[in-house]
Write a protein that binds this ligand. Structure first.
Ligand code: XMP
Length: 506
């Protein structure tokens, strides 16, 4: 187990992902909440930060229980922090080092740099520089601009690097992390999907005993993997509820429900399409639609949950990025999470909560899903927003518009599969625009709807790029849509990136 102390860098989660890729478990904790019990942690990594160590409001935690006692690696700000507070000198840099650099000299090819060649590319992102090493500091590597690009502290397992090993552009970054964690800190590489499944199933058995659990399935990867894990642990005491809000993809409710049943899950499908459509009536504001759908989901789920007697637990497919406590970079204030007012909650929300995936990143959830034998097609599904097609129909929603968009979306998605493009795209879908345009079909003039197609590449949805789909594919898809979907006479392709656009149109 490895502890990553977060100083607010945009790359902190990336450090955790790289460590996990080495089959080593790690946890991110904010610098101001260092765990009291450090016993489980075999090594500690200090992240980067947008702050300068010289600033008064910069993170200055007490590391006396860690430094000199545990193998420690400071990255960027972490490296500067270790210098600044141990009689070194951190100064503003004449040149702001940002981007690629070369480690021209590696002074010590043992330990941290074992097996790493000189002139390897590293990624820098800093404006301060370590002018003088701290007490006991021994220089390990330099670039042409940064003499102290890496150092260690004599007599301790303390290492510090000015560059970012977690970033893809640092060619030997993972190698360096492996040197630190496996060879220096001697951490075991035993964090595998199989080990996770075994440990989690044991933990769930112990925690839940013969209690009853309800879980809302969405058809998405997270809730499905959570359900299969729980099913493995407690079998028929897991009651799954799958709600059709009428805003899913074409045939999705029936298909996915069928798949769940084949997986042996105890799942109850509820078709509440009419209730959702009624709740959405006349709403055209995006946030009002989201609210209406969220509120109705709680009502429907609560009704269904009441059918199960003596429920003790509510299971959720929450994943790690949702629970990492963020470090505020706008000052020393700590982000405080709002607490629910328990009195006003629906009954199911008063249950004890179990979240078996809350320490996993999305790609790990997929790997655990594969380990559990979940169908590849289900695991590889594109993300789909909770409010579904409601936020892809601009303006108000009617049953007819939902039908049109389901048909268009179906042709687009099936086309991506047929052309072997589905897995190369992170997310795709169609948007029904509140615009009609003139067309001609046969000898007839038409005045029908416009649809937009959207396909993006991304890793986490935070940033995204539109996908350069082949013209031939777009041509075939456009023809199929216009010829087969009554009510649509024009197809456009969205070529906007996020930022400044967003993935969804609402
Ligand atoms: P945007 O449009 O913000 O989308 O670039 C980023 C990712 O979030 C999804 N998304 C949602 N998911 N409820 C959800 O569960 C929502 O209200 C919602 N809005 C956007 C979107 O599909 C994309 O994957």
């Amino acid at each position: 187990n490895v502890l990553i102390l977060d100083f607010g860098s945009q790359y902190t989660q990336l450090i955790a992902r790289r460590v996990r890729e080495l089959n080593i478990y790690c946890e991110i904790h904010p610098y101001h909440h260092i765990p009291e019990n450090l016993e489980p942690f075999k090594a500690v990594i200090l992240s980067g930060s947008p702050f300068s160590v010289r600033a008064e409001d910069a993170p200055h935690p007490d590391l006396s229980a860690i430094k000199g006692h545990k193998p420690l690696l400071g990255v960027c700000y972490g490296a500067q922090y270790l210098a600044h507070f141990n009689k070194g000198h951190v100064a503003p840099s004449d040149i702001r080092e940002y981007g690629r650099a070369k480690l021209e000299t590696i002074h010590d090819r043992e330990c941290l740099f074992a097996g790493i060649p000189e002139n390897t590319q590293v990624w820098m992102s800093h404006s301060d520089t370590i002018a003088e090493l701290p007490e006991g500091g021994v220089r390990l590597a330099s670039t042409s601009d940064v003499a102290n690009a890496a150092y260690r502290i004599e007599g301790e397992d303390t290492y510090a690097i000015q560059f970012h090993p977690e970033v893809y552009h640092t060619t030997h970054g993972k190698h360096l992390l492996e040197n630190f964690l496996v060879h220096i800190a001697q951490v075991k590489q035993d964090w595998t999907p199989a080990a996770f499944v075994e440990e989690t199933v044991d933990m769930l058995k112990e925690k839940i005993g013969d209690g009853k659990v309800i879980l809302g399935l969405s058809g998405g990867v997270d809730s499905t993997v959570a359900a299969v894990l729980l099913h493995k642990a407690i079998g028929k005491n897991l009651y799954c509820i799958f709600v059709n809000n009428g805003l899913l993809r074409k045939n999705e409710f029936e298909d996915v429900l069928d798949q769940y049943k084949h997986m042996g899950l105890n799942v109850h499908g509820v078709d509440a399409s009419a209730r959702f459509l009624e709740a959405l009536k006349g709403e055209s504001d995006p946030e009002a639609k989201r609210k209406a759908i969220g509120g109705m989901f709680i009502d429907v789920f609560d009704d269904e949950a009441h059918r199960v007697e003596d429920v003790d637990w509510l299971a959720q497919g929450t994943i790690y990025p949702d629970v990492i406590e963020s470090v505020s970079v706008n000052g020393p204030s700590v982000t405080i999470k709002s607490h629910h007012n328990v009195g006003g909650l629906p009954d199911f929300m008063k249950l004890k909560v179990v979240e078996p995936l809350k320490m996993l990143f999305k790609d790990e959830v997929r790997r655990v899903g594969a380990e559990l034998g979940i169908d590849k097609k289900l695991l590889g599904r594109h993300p789909f927003p909770g409010p579904g097609l409601a936020i892809r129909i601009l303006g108000d929603i009617t049953a007819e518009k939902v039908r049109i968009l389901q048909e268009v979306d179906h042709i687009f998605i099936e086309g991506l599969r047929k052309w072997d493009l589905y897995d190369k795209v992170w997310q795709a879908g169609a948007i029904l625009l509140p615009v009609q345009s003139v067309g001609v079909m046969g000898d007839e003039r038409t005045y029908e709807q416009v649809v937009a197609l959207r396909a993006v590449e991304s890793t986490d949805g935070m940033t995204a790029d539109w996908v350069n789909l082949p013209y031939e594919f777009l041509q075939e898809t456009s023809n199929n849509i216009i010829n087969r979907v009554k009510g649509v006479n024009r197809v456009v392709y969205d070529i906007s990136s996020k930022p400044p656009a967003t993935i969804e149109w609402e």
